[in-house]
Ligand binder design. Structure first.
Ligand code: SF4
Ligand code: SF4
Length: 332
């Protein structure tokens, strides 16, 4: 629980925006006045309940997924925005039954709050060098949500200690150098930004470093000792991976039509965000990085299917060229 005062990290956030580190996520700039003053979202608000929901699943679940591609852990099941907001709304409804004067608004990662800063102030953890909030007993594989209420509830003690110490594992492990300094993420270099937020061309200079990450990236969290030791298993079935992530091959996925994508992949999934074209684009990069010339027929078929789409054609050509070059080297 915390107050509605201005978040402590606001200045740092403004600086981050002014450096252009948010890339083309213009909505982050537009939300700045709301982030600066939570009362703009609910003038009657007097306290903010900040919640964290773990999305970490047992490692054997991850091990059962198709190793040809990787999808960020949070995105393997249902889109959390919907069900987490429902959870907050149910909580508010229960509170209202006891306190009929309750006025509230629920937010889940929807932009207008500096949730990580509020989480630290509510005592949930510290702001790690990988830019995630890290809880000392459950790590950082968690999603944050906020319930603004008009209730005067005593705030929790802010989390004031910092436990990254001299560790730099996340900075060292980031394959694109997106963590340019502790606590500084240049989204313009981040795999998550490009594969999720961007719908058009991914710069060629970055593609190789994406490796097999098809949607998002967990590297800077996976290497964190706090997650390696303390990641807490989620109780939410909704985070369990979709069946196709175990059974569908990269070749199969490259052949999906837009209609099949809408039917089989998109419903209630975070993967619908970059849309069908973003999905195929991301698959093309993973295939190009696979080092497996046997994917050439699937890539060539996809290239024919998307001949009219300049962006997709360019990415598929890039992948085909990489694998053809490799095939020539292998065959002498
Ligand atoms: S999500 Fe991946 S690309 Fe982005 S900062 Fe972390 S390690 Fe780097
Ligand atoms: S990997 Fe190390 S430096 Fe990075 S967030 Fe975790 S503890 Fe902090």
């Amino acid at each position: 629980m915390t107050t509605c005062q201005q978040p402590e990290h606001l200045e740092q956030y403004q600086l981050w925006l002014s450096e252009g580190f948010h890339g083309e996520m213009g909505y982050l700039e537009r939300h700045l006045p709301l982030k600066a003053d939570p009362l703009t979202l609910l003038p009657e608000a007097r306290s903010i309940l900040v919640v964290a929901l773990s999305y970490y699943l047992p490692e054997q679940i991850s091990a059962s997924l198709n190793p040809e591609f990787q999808i960020a852990r949070y995105a393997r099941g249902d889109d959390y925005h919907g069900f987490m907001k429902n959870m907050l709304e149910s909580l508010a409804t229960e509170l209202k039954a006891e306190q009929p004067e309750l006025i509230w608004r629920a937010f889940v990662d929807s932009g207008p709050l500096l949730e990580r800063s509020l989480a630290q102030r509510a005592g949930l953890g510290w702001f790690g060098k990988n830019t995630c909030v890290i809880n000392p007993s459950s790590g950082s594989f968690m999603l944050l949500g906020c319930l603004l209420t008009n209730l005067e509830i005593p705030p929790d003690k802010p989390f004031t200690t910092f436990h990254c110490g001299s560790c730099t594992r996340c900075l060292d492990a980031c394959p694109t150098g997106a963590l340019t300094a502790p606590h500084w993420l240049d989204a313009r270099k981040c795999i998550s930004y490009w594969t999720i937020e961007q719908r058009e061309t991914i710069p060629e200079s970055l593609r190789e470093s994406f490796g097999d990450w098809m949607f998002g990236c967990d590297i800077c969290q996976e290497v964190c000792p706090w997650n390696l030791k303390f990641a807490k298993i989620s109780e939410q079935q909704a985070f369990y991976p979709r069946e196709w992530m175990q059974n569908a091959s990269l070749s199969d996925l490259l052949q999906l039509t837009a209609h099949e994508f809408e039917l089989k992949i998109a419903p209630r999934s975070p993967l619908k965000r970059p849309k069908y074209r973003g999905f195929i684009r991301n698959l093309a990069i993973v295939a190009g990085n696979s080092g497996r010339p046997e994917l050439l027929p699937a890539l060539t078929a996809a290239r024919l299917r998307h001949a009219e789409d300049t962006m997709l054609s360019e990415h598929l050509d890039w992948s085909i060229k990489r694998l053809e070059t490799l095939a020539v080297q292998v065959n002498g």
